[in-house]
Design a binder for this molecule. Structure first.
Ligand code: AMP
Ligand code: MN
Ligand code: MN
Length: 353
């Protein structure tokens, strides 16, 4: 273990840095009190997050699970879908138990934590049915969160649920080892586009600094998150970029991925992550949309670069949700129908700014 010099001359151990510089005021006192009350004795706890989990969902779940376990509780982590390949370097990723819809076992616990999920409907029914607890804590940063827990801490100004978990750890005085630090670093980095999106605050940077102090290896995590793609992704990207279409004076862009192309190249859901950023990064583009043909529905993933254009509002019109600058929805019908309806609404909104 590496020792760091402290101003008073006493060494502190790098792997046992605390969340000392993080604001403990961020956690609402009623939420904190309720949680402190529940955690005053050893509990059986389930941590679950939204379907098709992203870096924030997995990183936050692993970190919270490890923190609670460290505090003496028995913890299980569940999801409806497997951990994406790109996140399988995070220590303890194998702890995420994938609950199959075909086998509904009961997982009886005392407390359930729902992480990074705007609503109960973002978590598959079979997961909600099999994981049963007497109290539900809901920790999330989606503006549209419908406060479906018994105790809810929803901070729509927070750029990532991972940031809230770090604040929670700070409020409890929990210690952060390098494994927890890596998980939280990945959670915050993936939801902020590598600390670039506007929701990123000074607090975010302070938390990241604390995580680096606690042993998160910046170069390695970023290489594993953003520079370790399989070659097929490049072939997929080459073809998907050919589908780029622009509307409203190049202020709206879209990409389309057909089932046929996915099958031809063997693309996994993980491979398409981030493809949209290539058109989003064009100077004229204010909003970009990715349409992916799937067996059950058209998956629409949308991004905005302009706070006056809320893609969340467009997605909500079609039954989806998310954040103002990053949102999604599943649409029925053909890709053409989904594109026409969604882009029609988005172009109308862009025309108003
Ligand atoms: P994605 O485009 O899949 O990366 O998702 C961006 C954001 O939109 C995430 O914060 C999700 O929570 C939200 N989101 C994506 N798909 C949906 C959906 N079908 N319903 C509600 N919110 C969604
Ligand atoms: Mn998420
Ligand atoms: Mn998130």
């Amino acid at each position: 273990m590496q020792a760091l010099a402290r101003r008073d001359g006493l060494p502190i151990l790098k792997q046992h840095a605390c969340f000392v510089s993080i604001s403990i005021m961020s956690v609402p006192s009623d939420f904190l009190q309720a949680l402190q009350g529940q955690l005053s004795q050893p509990r059986r706890i389930a941590v679950i997050s939204h379907d098709r989990p992203d870096g924030d969902a997995i990183g936050s779940s692993l970190a919270l699970g490890a923190l609670l376990q460290q505090a003496g509780h028995e913890v299980a982590i569940f999801n409806a879908d497997p951990v994406p390949q790109s996140l399988r370097f995070l220590p303890g990723w194998e702890r995420v138990e994938v609950l199959s819809s075909k086998r509904t076992e009961a997982h009886e616990v005392d407390l359930v934590f729902n992480i990074d999920a705007a609503g109960a409907d973002r978590i598959s029914q079979h997961v909600r049915d099999s994981v049963k607890g007497s109290m539900l804590f809901n920790i999330d940063h989606h503006r549209g969160n419908n406060h479906f827990g018994d105790h809810n801490w929803v901070d729509p100004d927070s750029p990532a649920t991972g940031q809230m978990i770090a604040q929670l750890a700070s409020a409890f005085g929990w210690r952060c080892g390098s494994e927890i630090a890596q998980a939280l670093y990945a959670a915050i980095s993936t939801d902020t586009g590598g600390l670039r999106y506007p929701a990123t605050t000074a607090e975010t940077y302070r938390i990241m600094a604390t995580l680096v102090d606690a042993g998160a290896n910046v170069g390695e995590i970023n290489r594993l998150l953003y520079e370790s793609f399989p070659l097929r992704r490049l072939y997929g990207l080459q073809e998907v970029l050919q589908t780029a279409e622009f509307f409203a004076d190049h202020r709206v862009a879209c990409l389309t991925l057909t089932m046929e192309l996915k099958q031809k190249l063997g693309l996994t859901p993980d491979d398409t992550e981030g493809m949209l950023d290539h058109v989003r990064g064009i100077d004229s583009v204010l909003a970009a949309v990715f349409f992916e043909e799937r067996a059950e529905a058209i998956r629409v993933s949308s991004r905005s670069k302009d706070s006056r254009v809320s893609v969340r509002k467009v997605c909500e019109q079609f039954g989806g949700g998310g954040h103002d600058l990053a949102a999604g929805v599943r649409m029925q019908g053909t890709v053409e129908e989904a594109k026409e309806a969604f882009l029609g609404e988005l172009v109308r909104r862009v025309g108003e700014v």
